[in-house]
Every structure is written in C-alpha cells, then in structure tokens.
Design a protein around this ligand. Structure first.
Ligand code: DQA
Length: 144
C-alpha cells in the first residue's frame, strides 16, 4: 500500500502562520507524525508540499499507476482550483480531502471546495490527526 500525501500553499508555514487557527506545530512535525503512523501501519507514504498549483497537478498526475490513494490538503487552492479537481478525477485514485481547521465555521469563501467532488471523504477541523484518519480511510477503501 502506497499513499501520496499532498499539501498546498502555506502549509510549509505551519507553526508560524496563524497559530490560533492551525496550532503551533510545524510542517516538519506534521511530516514526522504521518511517517511514524505509516511505519506503524506498514504503509508506504510519500509527502509532497508545494505553493504552486501546476506543480500540485503534476504531482497528482505522477501518482497514476504508482500509488493506491491520495490524501490532499489543497489549502487555499481548495476554494479556487478546477485544475486540482480535474487532476484527481484524471488519476481515479481514492482521495481524501483534509483540512486542519474546520472550514465550515470560517469565511464564506472557504465554503466552496472544488476538489471535494472527486473525494471519497472530507475531514476538517481535527488538526494534524485528520491526516491519520484520512490514511485509515484509504486503507479501508483498498481492503474492500
Ligand atoms: C486549510 C483551510 C484553507 O481554507 C486555507 O486556505 C489553508 C488551510 C486547512 O488546512 O484548514 O491554507 O486547508
């Protein structure tokens, strides 16, 4: 089992950006947590973060035929990117959308998610733990 974990713009600024919303832990802490969890579950994970929409699209395309699922937090691109939605649809892999914060309780412009239409589940508001739940969800989907 091989899962690609994709994070979008400003997720590399965790620990610095709006700690009252995203907490005080860093992107490196998030990566360590995901890697430890995957090791425990005997799953392979690859972590990717980019601030560029096109690079995220390319990374999703590269997952075709080489990964069993995708965990994605497109960050701000959640609310704007048809290109990321199309990439997820194109590769046809089970994909879970994750948000650290509870976007449903935030600004109106965060209420739209383009990628959601191509995802088997959305997990929002559970902090870093949401990524682990998303991994479980993909494992479960692949074992059906
Ligand atoms: C986010 C929520 C988005 O609205 C925001 O643009 C982010 C992070 C989250 O993880 O809560 O950058 O995806």
């Amino acid at each position: 089992m091989k899962i690609l974990v994709v994070n979008g713009p400003n997720i590399n600024m965790l620990g610095i950006r709006e700690p009252e919303i995203y907490g005080g832990n860093t992107y490196a802490d998030l990566c360590d947590m995901i890697k430890d969890y995957a090791a425990e579950k005997k799953i392979e994970v690859e972590l990717y973060q980019s601030n560029c929409e096109g690079d995220i699209v390319t990374e999703i395309q590269k997952a075709y035929n080489s990964f069993d699922g995708i965990v994605i937090n497109p960050a701000a691109y959640t609310h704007t990117s048809v290109a990321i939605l199309d990439a997820v649809k194109a590769v046809g892999l089970p994909t879970v959308e994750v948000h650290i914060s509870d976007v449903s309780l935030r600004e109106d412009f965060r209420q739209v998610s383009y990628v959601r239409a191509a995802c088997i589940k959305t997990i929002a508001g559970y902090g870093f733990k949401g990524y682990l739940e998303a991994i479980d969800c993909i494992v479960e989907k692949n074992s059906l």
